[in-house]
Design a protein around this ligand. Structure first.
Ligand SMILES: CC(=O)N[C@@H](CC(=O)O)C(=O)O
Ligand SMILES: [Zn+2]
Length: 313
């Protein structure tokens, strides 16, 4: 954001990036960003410079999530300041390069907004992922997008959990926005998912253009789903998985899960039920990439956040 003028303060989000291929096998973002690198007409807006960027080209080449380590966990202070050059894991080198171009993370020179495009194998529909409940610019953007795409829906996942939050590629920006659309298998492009992602991006960029033109956005309330807990698959003493997501829970992302509801089905046919103390809203149910992270799904709580007014004063 920059300020100028004397009496009237005008804020702008002038530098915007769209990341694709942070995970090389999530094809909607890879395809859209490659398209926009060739022809940026669709993502151009007045008073905004929008840079489309493939963040993990080697993983895209191999059509795998990553080469050495998950890029979307790599933007830690330690990694970003690590010496070592070519000896570092590929994704740590990429993280440093991305931080040079779009950051430095946490500095006034950082890009204003980064959209990072992801796909999930879970039945999550369109999900916007935020990292802070206090980012009023992002909350206003969420409100704008939700209204613009109605009656289609788009939910907001808030990950500011002290332990479960991770160091994402988009975190180099002042306003990081994750866009997660599913279900889409890894390495596969589905037209409905591709189009849904494209439409969200269109409205997001429209919002930034309106903001830069001086539009005022009055206070509003935004429904978000706050990350609470990671739930692992049931395992035996050797750490091997012994159950699947229960058919009653499979594909039921964002639907209430109540104490006593079926959660897993063991390979020998036993139902394992949710033992929590109240209703939660599970999401990322049976995400393929999360087997290696010991996560069958994540629970969330529904909350209404208040976004302060933003725009021309
Ligand atoms: C399936 C997947 O890759 N999800 C993303 C979510 C995010 O961008 O926060 C990740 O784990 O990095
Ligand atoms: Zn991803």
């Amino acid at each position: 954001m920059s300020s100028c003028g004397n009496s009237a303060r005008v804020t702008e989000a002038r530098r915007v990036a769209i990341f694709g291929g942070t995970h090389g096998n999530e094809m909607s973002g890879v395809t859209l960003v490659n398209l926009w690198v060739k022809n940026a007409a669709e993502i151009q807006r007045k008073r905004v410079e929008t840079k489309p960027f493939i963040t993990n080209p080697k993983a895209v080449e191999k059509c795998s999530r990553y080469v050495d380590t998950d890029l979307n966990r790599a933007f830690t202070p330690e990694n970003l300041s690590a010496p070592g050059g070519d000896d570092l894991p590929y994704e740590v080198q990429q993280a440093q390069e991305i931080n040079r171009i779009f950051g430095p993370k946490g500095s006034p020179e950082a890009y204003d907004v980064v959209f990072d495009l992801h796909n999930t194998t879970s039945n999550m529909g369109c999900t916007l992922i935020l990292e802070s409940s206090k980012d009023h610019f992002n909350l206003q953007m969420m409100n704008y997008i939700k209204k613009a795409i109605a009656p289609a829906s788009c939910l907001v996942l808030l990950n500011e959990h002290p332990l479960l939050k991770y160091s994402t590629s988009r975190s180099v920006a002042k306003h990081p926005v994750g866009l997660e659309v599913g279900p889409q298998p890894q390495g596969v492009l589905r037209s409905n998912i591709f189009e849904a992602m494209r439409v969200i991006l269109k409205h997001a960029l429209d919002f930034i253009e309106l903001f830069n033109e001086g539009m005022e956005f009055p206070p509003c309330s935004v429904e978000v789903f706050r990350v609470l807990e990671r739930i692992d698959y049931p395992r035996d003493a050797n750490g091997n998985i012994i159950a699947m997501v229960h058919p009653n829970l499979q594909d039921c992302d964002w639907e209430p899960l109540n104490p006593g509801d079926p959660m897993f089905l063991t390979f020998d046919g036993k139902t394992i039920r949710y033992q929590g103390s109240g209703t939660v809203y599970p999401t990322f149910i049976n995400e393929a990439a999360y087997y290696e992270k010991q996560q069958a799904f994540v629970t969330t709580r529904r909350e209404a956040l208040v976004a302060s007014a933003i725009g021309k004063v």
